[in-house]
Design a binder for this molecule. Structure first.
Ligand SMILES: Nc1ncnc2c1ncn2[C@@H]1O[C@H](COP(=O)(O)OP(=O)(O)OP(=O)(O)O)[C@@H](O)[C@H]1O
Length: 250
């Protein structure tokens, strides 16, 4: 079953045509990797899925993005509920300058939940799901800024999970992390894919092969090839894909 269907998507920033005739489907509860050279539109594509590009005045789009059979750009679609449904994890960990507890409880509090026991239970569950609980359970009141970069990124994933999303967008979530933290995040992605639909932008092709079931190769704003990750990397159908994955450009 598909969670997201993208139909004839074109994106412009002013006169620049950034995404060109994108047609793709993102299956439910799987990991899909987006690969391609710098500037080819991977992040822009990711940001159309939670309507973050709407914040850019020169942004314009044609075509449809259907999430669970609803057009997310329809005037009647509630953007706040979209952002709850579609969580995002960024390249650099970006915890709030608050305690570990407050970071995870933040989204719930914004949505009016103030029952202390319930909040505590949700924070614990989210931190467990993000494989961070054991490292922070006795220092929940410490500042999130006191955590290592890898711990901060898992905290940001816990913060996202606490909102009970269906889709998690990850924009190069490991690029600022050391190899050990990267392995922890990759292990976490493996675990999370059972419950969430994950789309990850990565420049690391080994990472794409390790974490994803499907991969889409972007080039100059177009999807050149999409396939099962194993197939795309072992038997690419398009010459440009082969050239990119074998390091001949990008
Ligand atoms: N806010 C913006 N205004 C104008 N152009 C933008 C804006 N954001 C991105 N672009 C342009 O859109 C194109 C695609 O950028 P995008 O960040 O989506 O690429 P990317 O594939 O994610 O690159 P990278 O791998 O380097 O992060 C680039 O040419 C970029 O300059």
């Amino acid at each position: 079953m598909n969670r997201i269907e993208v139909k004839d998507l074109n994106v412009y920033f002013g006169d620049a045509h950034i995404l060109k005739n994108i047609n793709t489907e993102i299956p439910k509860n799987t990991v899909t990797a987006l690969i391609g050279p710098s500037g080819c539109g991977k992040s822009t594509f990711l940001r159309t899925i939670n309507r973050m590009n709407d914040l850019i005045p020169s942004f314009r789009k044609e075509g449809d993005i259907i999430l669970d059979e609803e057009d997310i750009y329809s005037p009647k679609y509630d953007v706040a509920s979209l952002r709850k449904k579609v969580g995002m994890v960024f390249q650099k960990p970006n915890p709030f300058p608050k305690s570990i507890f407050e970071n995870v409880a933040y989204g719930l509090k914004v949505h009016g939940i103030d029952d202390k026991d319930f909040l505590h239970q949700q924070v614990e569950e989210s931190l467990k799901a993000a494989a961070l609980w054991g490292e922070v359970e006795d220092k929940l009141d410490n500042s999130a800024m006191s955590l290592s970069g890898g711990q901060q990124q898992r905290l940001c994933i816990a913060r996202t999970i606490a909102n009970n999303p269906e889709v998690i967008l990850m924009d190069e979530p490991c690029s600022a992390l050391d190899p050990i933290s990267t392995t922890k995040i990759e292990d976490l992605i493996h675990k999370l894919k059972n419950d969430y639909t994950i789309i990850i932008v990565t420049h690391n092709m080994q990472q794409a092969t390790r974490v994803s079931k499907y991969t889409s190769f972007f080039l100059n704003g177009e999807i050149i090839e999409s396939n099962l990750t194993d197939k795309l990397f072992i038997e690419p159908k398009v010459k440009k894909t082969e050239e990119y994955i074998t390091g001949r450009f990008g």
